[in-house]
Design a protein around this ligand. Structure first.
Ligand code: APR
Ligand code: PHB
Length: 412
């Protein structure tokens, strides 16, 4: 058996686990990251793609923002479309000049993996039989199998960054309260080799269901349509997807360009939060602790926000033995998490089709008209969308947090 000794054992090499490893290294703290998939799989997985400005700055401050700065596309507004009209919501004007950046989660993950391997830090792919043990003692352990041989990682702390279907949350489940909501909705998403038809994102409410136009680059569009949560992708040949998109986003004087579909998939929608996000020496971060429906574009931002707080708390603890930030890690995260849960639920409820209830539809339209006609309502959307409404990790919090973790904050 191989025995590894480290300070923090990180389970999961998604954005949360990889970013935690990066921030800890910056603070002089050792970690071992284990991942049950292989590198190609993790780097090919198409996921979300929108970063709040504060989170983009965190990536820069952590030394992994170089490609994002070059290739990411800064957005100052979004469009809301309903009743055959498209309305612009000027996010930056409404939310203290703040912006969001389109840069795929896949790219964030690639940058973090490259940096970790360049730094020569341990990252084990393709591990099996992962278990977390003794986290109620001062000597937690993570066990797994790597290259056919058993591995034991002895550590001070375990970070459960293994997503919604991981093993860390189930290991402490009986100490947690769990809140969840399943929506009767899914999103069918495609990546298409065609320049985006709209420079800014279009969130469209339509009688046939929601649609979203987003992008990855000047050559790549990302598009979504509302579908059933258990929709069979085999029933959606490319031509049918384009036809449905065309109907839902149609607008006089504008057209949606089509192109080869490179990737497609269906994601069911759910909201989920567990409280607290820690037990003993096991700390959960990202999708392992909470899920939001994607309509508010918050999942990736929350995951990276969690690990910024966790890295900061761990740095305090390892440096001085002061456990206060670590003890209040969960509480610090959950304020932001619940704000994002509400915003994501609100966007989801306003924009999707829920059955045939005409009353519901009128309520949605009334809300949409309010958002595009009242500056107070538009500001509320904008502040949430850019991440200003979320609390401690907001504009003011970031510099302190990044400085506290031993990093130099980037000037704005
Ligand atoms: N052992 C090791 N790794 C595991 C295990 C396990 N038992 N179970 C799952 N994993 C890995 C997954 O393969 C994945 O690479 O943990 C990683 C978790 O990554 P994500 O699911 O991407 O979660 P997170 O890092 O929290 O990022 C959240 O991902 O799903 C999106 O919308 C979400 O954007 C958000 C982001
Ligand atoms: C994306 O670009 O994939 C994206 C953007 C905004 C969302 C959801 C997904 O709300």
């Amino acid at each position: 058996m191989t025995v590894l000794r480290t300070q923090v054992a990180i389970v999961g090499a998604g954005p949360a686990g990889l970013m935690l490893g990066r921030l800890l290294d910056e603070a002089g703290i050792e970690s071992v990251v284990i991942e049950n998939r292989n590198r190609d799989y993790v780097e090919a997985r198409i996921r979300a793609g929108l970063l709040e400005q504060g989170i983009a700055e965190l990536l820069e401050a952590a030394g992994v923002g170089e490609r994002m700065r070059r290739e990411g596309i800064v957005h100052h507004g979004i469009h809301l479309q309903f009743d055959g009209e498209r309305h612009h919501v000027p996010l930056s004007e409404l939310a203290e000049g703040r912006t969001v950046v389109i840069y795929g989660q896949t790219e964030v993950v690639k940058d973090l993996i490259a940096r970790r391997l360049d730094d020569g830090l341990p990252l084990l792919f393709d591990v099996g039989e992962v278990s977390v043990e003794d986290f109620e003692t001062a000597r937690p352990r993570v066990r797994c199998v790597h290259d056919g041989a058993p591995v034991e990682i002895q550590c001070d702390v375990i970070a459960g960054c293994d997503g919604f279907h991981g093993v860390c949350r189930p290991a402490i489940e009986r100490h947690l309260r769990q809140f969840s909501r399943e929506y009767p909705l899914g999103w069918l998403g495609i990546l298409a080799a065609v320049p985006p038809s709209s420079e800014e994102l279009v969130y469209a409410h339509h009688d046939r269901g929601f649609a979203l136009l987003t992008l990855r680059s000047s050559e790549l569009s990302r598009l979504y349509i509302q579908c059933a949560p258990d929709e069979r992708i085999e029933e959606w040949p490319d031509a049918r997807i384009w036809e449905e998109l065309q109907r839902r986003v149609a607008l006089d004087g504008w057209s949606l360009a089509e192109g080869p579909v490179l990737e497609k998939g269906v994601t069911a929608m759910r909201s989920f939060v567990c409280e607290p996000m820690q037990h003993g020496r096991l700390f959960l971060a990202g999708d392992a602790a909470h899920i939001v429906p994607p309509t508010g574009a918050k999942g990736l931002n929350l995951a990276l926000g969690d690990v910024a707080l966790l890295a900061h708390a761990l740095a305090e603890w390892f440096r001085s033995g002061d456990a206060r930030a670590l003890e209040s890690y969960s509480a610090a995260c959950l304020g932001r998490v619940w704000r994002a849960e509400h915003f994501s639920y609100w966007m989801t409820s306003m924009l999707h089709r829920f059955g045939d209830d005409p009353f519901e539809r009128q309520l949605q339209l009334s809300q949409l008209r309010y958002v595009v006609s009242s500056s107070a309502a538009a500001r509320s959307l904008a502040e949430n969308y850019v991440g200003l409404a979320a609390g401690p990790l907001g504009a003011a919090g970031l510099d302190g947090l990044v400085a506290g973790a031993g990093l130099v904050a980037v000037p704005r």
